[in-house]
Design a protein around this ligand. Structure first.
Ligand code: SF4
Ligand code: MG
Length: 268
């Protein structure tokens, strides 16, 4: 099926600023296709973002967009959703934006279970500001602020989201563009707080420091290190070492925050 991407792009804003080989263009396409497949009205669609390469995305989309302050994407999204629950609200950001500066907003949005979809673009690095290590940089990987290798343990964003109470959690990579589109669509359709972590290549920031500077090397890496969830469950701990599961990792039904709030204060 041929998609009319132009319908969703803001006039005069393309070309985008992302480096050649950056995974974020692949994610933007999947997001557009997921929105299109649901037939959502652009006037009822809101994107919020913080600061960083990922957070540039709403600037290119012709919908209601809020490019906010660092780490505050979910705080703004929560305000929008509370004021206008009829809107479809998507909050997005990178690994640094969502799990460092915005880490508190992230875990509390998960436990609150407000009906927002949160897309976390995880490229294991602060790309825009020059390749500093982030909470998801793998232990031992190099960054401009870790020239001898990162000593910190890495956050697993999906596990963090599940532990904090998100009711839909999925993970994809930019290698899996078509399944990614389906996971994003499922997240959009889920009632409650949904998180999709997307592993993406940053050849400029992460790749150059870690011998993965070509976009194809990063895509190969994603293919080789990701495992479908059904397969993952049959693997031994030894086989799982250094790999990560993809697909829907968690789904449950729990009262949605605004509905619970309205019932609590006697509005419904
Ligand atoms: Fe993409 Fe990295 Fe370039 Fe940012 S610095 S646009 S994340 S490749
Ligand atoms: Mg990043």
């Amino acid at each position: 099926m041929a998609y009319d991407y132009a319908k969703y792009l803001r006039a005069g804003k393309i070309p985008h600023i992302w480096c050649p080989g950056c995974g974020y263009g692949i994610i933007m396409k999947s997001v557009i296709r997921a929105v299109d497949s649901l037939g959502w009205d652009k006037d009822k669609l809101v994107f919020t973002s913080g600061i960083g390469c990922a957070s540039r995305l709403p600037g290119y989309i012709d919908a209601n967009t809020l490019h906010t302050t660092h780490g505050r994407s979910l705080a703004f999204a929560t305000g929008v959703k509370m004021a206008k629950p009829e809107l479809n609200v998507i909050a997005l950001g990178g690994d640094g934006d969502m799990t460092a500066i915005g880490g508190n907003h992230f875990i509390h949005a998960c436990r609150r279970n407000i009906d927002i979809t949160c897309l976390v673009f995880n490229n294991y690095i602060y790309g825009m500001t020059g390749g500093q290590y982030s909470p998801t940089t793998p232990k031992g990987s190099r960054a401009t602020t870790a020239p001898y290798g990162n000593s910190d343990n890495q956050f697993d964003i999906a596990k963090l989201a599940i532990g904090a109470g998100a009711t839909f959690v999925a993970r994809s990579t930019t290698y899996h563009a078509v399944p990614m589109e389906k996971l994003i669509k499922q997240a959009f359709e889920h009632k409650g707080f949904s998180v999709v972590e997307i592993i993406a290549g940053c050849p400029t920031g992460y790749g150059r420091k870690n011998k993965l500077a070509s976009p194809s090397a990063m895509i190969e890496w994603q293919k080789d290190h990701s495992v479908n969830k059904a397969q993952w469950e049959k693997m031994t701990d030894e086989e799982k070492a250094g790999k990560f599961p993809i697909g829907v990792l968690h789904q449950e039904s729990r009262p949605e925050f605004i509905e619970a709030y309205d019932a609590n204060v006697g509005l419904s």
